[in-house]
Design a protein around this ligand. Structure first.
Ligand code: RP5
Length: 162
């Protein structure tokens, strides 16, 4: 069985600067992942084959980022039971609201766990993927607890003028 349990996919190379923030979190937490450009409209056959083989390849979470008319996360959710976390990419035309609406408003039956638009959403997708895997991985659970505690400890008690 493949030891890679997280797939990070995106509709375009142009999505990578955002999606890399999910990868960075997984690197910090020691979670192995794969990355692939999979476009719902430009490479539909690639999308189908990725979704068809995702579960049998051992993937447990797919993080899917797309911008504009962002079909990718929903189409991936239609093709695999592996949980899909959708990241709406911030677009120039509509600031990512188009992406958000395309991803979040899934009809009943094929859910996508939709993150916030852009950088925070991508990072949080990495954290959410780690949290899902941590349910069955005690070492990862400890690393995630430590990461969360470090973030809490970095927050000052009081504001300063600087
Ligand atoms: C979507 O179209 C991609 O997810 C990307 O966010 C958007 C624009 O793609 P490019 O024109 O930059 O390749 O499929």
């Amino acid at each position: 069985m493949n030891t890679i349990k997280v797939g990070i996919i995106m509709g375009s190379q142009s999505d990578w600067p955002t999606m890399k923030l999910a990868a960075d979190i997984l690197d910090e937490l020691g979670v192995a992942y794969e990355t692939k450009i999979v476009s719902a409209h430009r490479t539909p056959d690639r999308l189908w084959s990725y979704g068809k083989t995702a579960a049998e390849r051992g993937l447990q979470v797919i993080i899917a980022g797309a911008g504009g008319a962002a079909h990718l996360p929903g189409m991936m959710a239609s093709k695999t039971r592996v949980p899909v976390l959708g990241v709406p990419i911030q677009t120039k035309a509509l600031s990512g609201v188009d992406s958000l609406y395309s991803i979040v408003q899934m009809p009943k039956g094929f859910p996508v766990g939709t993150m916030a638009i852009g950088a925070a959403g991508a990072a949080n997708a990495g954290l959410m993927a780690a949290a899902i895997l941590a349910n069955s991985d005690a070492d990862l659970a400890t690393r995630l607890d430590d990461w969360r505690a470090a973030l809490s400890n970095s927050i000052a008690d009081e504001p300063t003028d600087d």
